[in-house]
Structures are given as structure tokens and as C-alpha cells.
Design a protein around this ligand. Sequence first.
Ligand code: HEM
Length: 187
Amino acid sequence: MQRIVDWPARMKEVADFVGLDQAGLETIESTRDLVLSRGEEITADVYDHFLTFPETRRFFEDENGEVDDVRLERRKHSLLRFLTGSIGFKIDEDYPIRLLATGIVHSHPPSHRAHMGSVPSRFMVGSMSFLQTVLADLFQEELKDPREAHAASVAWNKLLMVQLDILQAGYINETPTEASERTPESE
Ligand code: HEM
């Protein structure tokens, strides 16, 4: 069975569906300095949260059950990279493929951590929700105009959901429709 997905088109479809438009992207861009100036704090919040739940903490433990600080620091940097990339979000050929690869790293553990299994997809959803809350709190605290804070939260919420769809695509086996299953050979 041949299954070809046009990832940029899929991303655009979801962006349109949630209403992430140019104005939303500009709003996100306007939060660049604030978000990046607090980037380390944001990622620390996310990872502190991961460490409070055994099911997420275990991904950052060494063989003695101690938190592996080196691994944790690397992961914080990965998340910061993801946040920085999010601010410059654009739907081109590369962006969704990089996201898809990131999703697959979580769903299909590389050999060095094969024993840990997949990061359960519910925690990818949970992480996005957690990030949305951290950002909404930040905008409420730091942006003087409440309408500006609201617009920033709304735009980021949409962006994170559009990205979550692709991150999750590495997890989900969808049943193809008859039409998408049809290949030139089968006709
Ligand atoms: C908002 C959701 C998340 C985002 C955006 C995210 C982002 C990333 C990125 C960008 C990388 C680097 C990928 C690479 O090197 O190619 C990474 C790696 C990793 N993440 Fe996440 N992550 C998320 C949630 C989680 C959760 C919930 C866990 C586990 C509790 C987790 C555990 C890991 C681990 C263990 C790696 C290293 C993969 C490896 O062994 O190579 N991540 N993450």
C-alpha cells in the first residue's frame, strides 16, 4: 500500500482549521523577546513538571533511578530550540518534516533508550497543555494590555496545536480511505 502525505498541505489545513492566520503569526513574533528572555525559566518549569510524575520522570533517570542532569540539560535545550523555532514558524517543506522527525524520536525510541519504550502520546498532549498554561501566565503577568495578553495566548495556543498534530502523526496509524489506498498499480 502506498501512502503519501503532503505534510506542508496537512499543516496548512490544520492551521486554516484553527484559524492561525498572518495576524496570529505576527502576534507570536511580537512575543519573541519576552518568550526568549524567559526561555530558560519556561523550559525549567516544563521539566520540573516532568520530574514530579514517575511516568515522565523515568525518561530522565539513570540506571540507579537518579535524575541524569546532563541528559536533562540537553532536553531543556531541545525544548528551547523548539520554542525558538515556533516563533519563526512558517509552513514550508522543512518545518513539518522536522516536527515529524521530532515526533518519531518520541514515539519510536532510539536504540540507546529502547528499554524505556515510547514517550506515551498522552504526555505529548499534556506537555502542550502545560506549555500553553505557562505561556498564558507569562503573557498575563508581563503584557500590560489585557487584550494583547489574550491575543498572544490565543495565537500561541493555535500554533502549539498545529504543531502537536504533526508531532502526534508519528504515533497515529490512521485507517486510509479507499481513495487514498488506491495506487496506480491497483487500478
Ligand atoms: C511539547 C512536547 C514536547 C516537545 C515539543 C519536545 C521536543 C523535543 C525535541 C525538539 C527533542 C530533540 C529531538 C532530536 O534530537 O531530534 C526532544 C527529545 C526528547 N524528548 Fe521531548 N518534547 C516534548 C515532550 C516530551 C515528553 C513528554 C517527554 C518524556 C516525558 C520527552 C522526552 C524526550 C526524550 C527522552 C528525548 C531524547 C530522545 C532521544 O533519546 O534521542 N519529550 N524533545
